[in-house]
Design a protein around this ligand. Structure first.
Ligand SMILES: Cc1cc2nc3c(=O)[nH]c(=O)nc-3n(C[C@H](O)[C@H](O)[C@H](O)COP(=O)(O)OP(=O)(O)OC[C@H]3O[C@@H](n4cnc5c(N)ncnc54)[C@H](O)[C@@H]3O)c2cc1C
Ligand SMILES: Cc1cc2nc3c(=O)[nH]c(=O)nc-3n(C[C@H](O)[C@H](O)[C@H](O)COP(=O)(O)O)c2cc1C
Length: 579
């Protein structure tokens, strides 16, 4: 602030001019020191609220950004970072930390938190007596290890001597409200020692109008069988129309579909409960039929329901597997059984409808890796989905969402969708960088999108795809598209592994091993390594093979090969979308 010089004819006396000059100089001094304080506050780690997230499909990141928005209304300086962007040395100096983290696999860290977690549990990790923290854990009570990643981080920070300023909040699938309430408690508690600048800064973050609570009703414009008659699978290609929705997406993102249950199963359950479909259960506003159709999971039994049924039914086999806490035995017992199978363990037992409903889980959306590039298809989103169908107790059993899309969406019905950005799963920014993609089965989905994207932007980087399934004759989905890409030179190499086309089983990881020298050369040239599809077996086998190849071709010990893989992860060149 420049102090004014009063004009000679200003209507002030000499005394007044002198007082005013003094007053304005005082104002300037205060303003300068506030500016300096605020600059100091930005540079000083003590004054920053660090909001760190561990995510796969964006929920935890969304909550981290929401936390930053709340903190800004208090005039606080915030820094939002993925856990893969956090240098452990910088972390050691952080004073105020909120961690928002999802759980994956069977109680594991999401990929972007894996290396951070390794550092955090390392014996070299120093104590953190000056850190104040809070953990927001995301998960799903349908999994045995509910919110395990958040629980582990919370426990480890306490072990390291950091001060837990607010109790950890574990959030189930319906997480939005409970998380928002925790955030509004946590921010003032964690930051009452911080200096606050001007409050009221509004978030400039662009949020989609469409989300889990307000999904976009999209027209299903295409439902086409990809696998051929004779296949052991039914893989379909779907397109939903998003024109006029304002939805934007990127190749690598995930689309979520809110399904509707199959009416035959709804009727059979209502029949088994021996009640009128129009009955309105206590405390509800809709009929039992509507509730079972659109609001509750009625196919896969959840833990709460299984415990309830065990208590009610007094059935020896069920009690044995529930009571002996052998997770594998319980999962084997439940495999293939839906809720109706469990209700029929004792066909004469009469269930109280309200009690039964209170033990069901809310019907959840299903996630699908998008198989289109918006650069090629700006008005539609494509999905590549394997229909889940099996037979148990002489009755057809159907996966809820995959068969909803396959069988039950009529021309006049809309499919409710919303997007989850997967910012970590993208084509390389540098268009010359080579890509190695491993995507057997429906794991091919994002790579179809990546290849279209690279073709359209004219990226010169080489592209190598590993694809496989059971048989070439029936299961080579998108064969024409990939052959075309090979001809055009967009696809540099295509390695196929059809497990049942010969006596011995051949999988994508076997093909990787056959080309180990070349694969290692690509990695050395800076290639990105992507994996999509089955998490339980395929992704683990591919990971083990990748390490083996690096060890062999790089002439390394297994420790060195592990360090090489860790470095790929740090450089965000080893990226996975596995489920
Ligand atoms: C990030 C992400 C991306 C995904 N991308 C894709 C994708 O691109 N394509 C795709 O197809 N899927 C994808 N999935 C999986 C998808 O979300 C669903 O899980 C899948 O479609 C099954 O859902 P559903 O509702 O049809 O079956 P559900 O009703 O959820 O039933 C599935 C359950 O049925 C049982 N079951 C299944 N098969 C059998 C069998 N043969 N015998 C006995 N029991 C059985 C199992 O208990 C299984 O858990 C993705 C998942 C995630 C998390
Ligand atoms: C393949 C897969 C495995 C999961 N495993 C667990 C688990 O073991 N425990 C748990 O509580 N939640 C589990 N979840 C649920 C996620 O943690 C939950 O959906 C979370 O909201 C995802 O957050 P994100 O979008 O930030 O990744 C799993 C979800 C998926 C798709």
């Amino acid at each position: 602030m420049k102090l004014p010089k009063f004009p000679v004819d200003a209507p002030f006396s000499a005394d007044q001019k002198s007082w005013l000059s003094g007053f304005l100089a005082g104002v300037k001094a205060v303003q300068t020191s506030t500016l300096e304080d605020s600059k100091q506050s930005k540079d000083n780690p003590d004054n920053v609220l660090n909001i760190l997230f561990g995510t796969q499909t964006g929920n935890a990141e969304g909550l981290a950004l929401e936390t930053a928005d709340v903190a800004k209304t208090y005039g606080l300086d915030t820094k939002v970072q993925g856990l893969d962007e956090v240098d452990i040395k910088d972390f050691q100096n952080m004073k105020n930390v909120i961690v928002s983290i999802a759980t994956y696999g069977e109680g594991e860290m999401p990929d972007n938190a894996e290396l951070f977690w390794k550092d955090l549990v390392s014996p070299e990790m120093p104590k953190l007596p000056e850190m104040r923290f809070g953990v927001l854990a995301l998960g799903d009570t349908g999994y045995d290890e509910f919110c395990q990643a958040g629980k582990l981080i919370d426990m480890r920070l306490e072990q390291l001597g950091a001060s837990r300023i607010i109790s950890r909040q574990d959030c189930d699938v319906d997480y939005e409200d409970i998380a928002a309430s925790w955030i509004s408690d946590a921010v003032p508690k964690l930051t009452n020692n911080l200096s606050h600048s001007d409050p009221g800064e509004k978030s400039t973050r662009v949020r989609s109008e469409w989300n889990r609570k307000n999904p976009f009703p999209a027209r299903l414009s295409l439902n086409k069988l990809l696998s051929k008659n004779g296949s052991g699978k039914e893989i379909r290609h779907y397109e939903v129309d998003i024109s006029d929705s304002g939805i934007e997406y990127s190749a690598g993102d995930v689309i979520n579909v809110l399904p509707v249950n199959n009416s035959t199963l709804v009727s059979l359950i209502i029949e088994r409960l021996d009640i009128d479909p129009s009955h309105i259960p206590n405390g509800k506003e809709q009929s039992l039929e509507v509730l079972l159709t659109s609001y509750y999971e009625i196919s896969t039994p959840g833990k709460k329901l299984v415990t309830y049924l065990e208590e009610k039914l007094n059935n020896e086999s069920l009690s044995k597997v529930v009571k002996n806490s052998d997770k594998q035995a319980l999962s084997d017992y439940l495999w293939g059984k839906d809720i109706l199978d469990l209700l029929n363990i004792d066909p004469d037992f009469h269930f109280d409808v309200d009690e039964f409903l209170s033990n069901l889980k809310p019907l959840q959306h299903r996630a699908y890796s998008i198989s289109s590039s918006p650069k090629k298809y700006p008005d539609s989103v494509h999905m590549t989905i394997s229909s889940v169908r099996w037979l148990t107790n002489n009755r057809d059993h159907l996966g809820v969402c995959s068969t909803y899309l396959a069988d039950r969406v009529n021309d006049d019905q809309k499919v409710k969708i919303f997007m989850s950005p997967n910012k970590a799963f993208r084509i390389p920014e540098n268009h010359e960088t080579p890509m190695i993609m491993v995507g057997p089965g429906t794991g091919i989905a994002p790579f179809r999108a990546f290849l279209d994207e690279r073709e359209i932007i004219g990226a010169s980087g080489q592209n190598w795809l590993f694809f496989g399934d059971q048989t070439r004759e029936f299961d080579f989905i998108y064969e024409n598209e990939f052959s075309e890409k090979l001809k055009k030179g967009i696809l540099t190499k295509l390695d196929l592994a059809f497990s049942r086309d010969q006596d011995e089983k051949i999988y994508v990881q076997d093909r990787m091993l056959e080309s180990s020298a070349e694969l290692f050369r690509w990695l050395e040239k800076g290639a990105y390594f992507y994996v999509c599809g089955d998490a339980l077996r395929m992704a683990k086998d591919v990971d083990a093979t990748l390490r083996k190849i690096i060890e062999m071709e790089g002439n390394m010990t297994s420790e060195k090969a592990d360090a090489y893989v860790n470095n790929l992860k740090k450089e965000k060149r080893y990226l996975r979308d596995v489920y």
